[in-house]
Design a protein around this ligand. Sequence first.
Ligand code: ATP
Ligand code: MG
Ligand code: MG
Ligand code: MG
Length: 412
Amino acid sequence: MRSLSDPFLTLHEDPSDAEVASHKLMLRAGFIHKLAGGIYTYLPSAVRVLRKIESIVRKEMNRAGGLEILMPSLQPADLWESTGRWEKYGKELFRLSDRHERSFALGPTHEEVVTSLIGGLVGSYRQLPVLVYQIQTKFRDEIRPRFGLLRGREFIMKDAYSFSTSEEDAKAIYQKMQEAYKEIFRKLGLRARMVEADSGLIGGNLSHEFMIMAPSGEDTVISCSSCDWAANIEKAEGITTCPVCQADVSRVTAIEVGHVFYLGHKYSLPMNGLFSDQDGQEKPFVMGCYGIGMSRLLACAIEQSHDEKGIIWPVSMAPFQISVLPLGPVASENPSVISMIEDLESRFPDEVYIDDRDLRAGVKFGDADLKGFPVQVICGEKNLAAGKVEIKVRKTGEREILGFADVPTRIS
Ligand code: ATP
Ligand code: MG
Ligand code: MG
Ligand code: MG
């Protein structure tokens, strides 16, 4: 029998330096390990969640016409100087120099790099529009890195950039990306709300954020009690009533998981990102950019879905769909259990986690609830003797006793 028990132990007490649920649970359930402030190793279960998030995001980006690329993290300072951001970005930008004393930044975002890339490759309106994206590690020297993956100094982002010939076309892509984002969050099983936003250091004059309402959030969303208007507090400054319908507004704390910006000429003008238009004239690209916090999403899923026992993974993101708990020394050698597991593995390839550690039943139950895989198949000695096992649904706590043969069909 294939043993999947990993060496990353679960902790049975809350780690002392974790304040929010997702951070505590990820440390306790063996998903992440801290190397330094705001810098984490993703352990096997977390990597599996990230891959699932990536696969949903890739599908929607590709469907929207995006082309996946991978740009360097190490970025020459002169690119940043050309837009004035070498100065403006301030202390959040990680800076270093090479052996020849040339300055570099560790990319916190990629507008400069991508504008120089597309500016060099695309010269004619015939090659436009272009939408490129990447899933990559970003570096930001955050003032207060905290809450585990929610605010790291090194984190994973999906960032996309669009290049169009006109404002109209650029805004059509902006719209399309808003729709793609809604679809991504829907498929991930997360409740995210799109709100009007401020453009911050990225710039531009039109932007929306995707927010997950959570008490641990560091953002505040102002939303109307009667129409569907909502905005980030920085955008809504001073507003005490809804600007659309004048009804009362309320405020809630939220976590920003995605952000779309209409950039216009903000980068193409200073960087000479030009194409020749139908009339033969040289014009700057009209740009947009679109980010999703991939590693932050992992934490947000837990913020939105957990209980006092542990994580409750949405099915779309769960590291494994099924966890099998053979109890007692003979259970994992029982031929019927082995063939049931084989059957499960053939129907749910790479989705079956087997906890065959030689531990007390209570410990295994606790760990299974803590890790939060959607379905548990509990193989206790008494049931086994009658040719049966027990199934438990993590989310509802529902239990059912079934014959071995019925397990795979009951789960699907
Ligand atoms: P925040 O307001 O939380 O600092 P931001 O507005 O600076 O985020 P953007 O530049 O809009 O972030 O980046 C796109 C996405 O990257 C954000 O919507 C967020 O999900 C994610 N993100 C930004 N900073 C971090 C971080 N330090 N750790 C993890 N994810 C982050
Ligand atoms: Mg920030
Ligand atoms: Mg923000
Ligand atoms: Mg933002």
